[in-house]
Design a protein around this ligand. Structure first.
Ligand code: ZN
Length: 149
């Protein structure tokens, strides 16, 4: 398991250093700011929804390596998904970081399974899930700001 953990560390490090889809989206029709006061993570998630489909998703802001890597990998996972798929992915990811996911569920998340270790560190769960909460609010269109507190 040590090698696997190392690989996971590398993946998180890579995404935190070179976040994907890290840009403002002027034509976004959804935009939600997420705060995690406990750690100081602060991101804006942008989405371009076309009907029920996530046409494009991006984010910008600042935060710890974990929160940034999670946001980066989330944007990769969401592009082209439907609203229903995105909400289901949110639930599965949330189960993963809170330690409620079984092995099969973790595996079904692909690369996102790297965040399973977070469940051992309750304080970091908020870092890993911040962008996801913002995304969920954006997709449901019921808030412009979310906070983990
Ligand atoms: Zn953080």
């Amino acid at each position: 398991m040590a090698d696997l953990r190392e690989l996971y560390q590398e993946l998180i490090l890579d995404h935190s250093k070179k976040p994907r889809n890290y840009r403002e989206m002027p034509n976004a029709n959804r935009r939600v700011e997420g705060f995690n006061p406990l750690c100081g993570d602060h991101f804006t998630v942008y989405m371009d929804m076309e009907g029920e489909t996530v046409k494009d998703v991006s984010f910008q802001g600042s935060g710890c390596a974990l929160s940034k890597a999670s946001a980066s990998m989330m944007t990769q996972a969401l592009k082209g998904k439907t609203k229903t798929d995105a909400e289901a992915l949110f639930e599965r990811f949330h189960d993963l970081v809170t330690g409620k996911a079984g092995e099969a569920q973790a595996e079904s998340l692909g690369k996102l399974a790297v965040f399973s270790g977070v469940s051992d560190f309750p304080v970091r769960v908020k870092c890993a899930s911040l962008a996801w909460h913002a995304m969920k609010a954006a997709i449901e269109g019921d808030a412009e700001q979310v906070s983990t507190e």
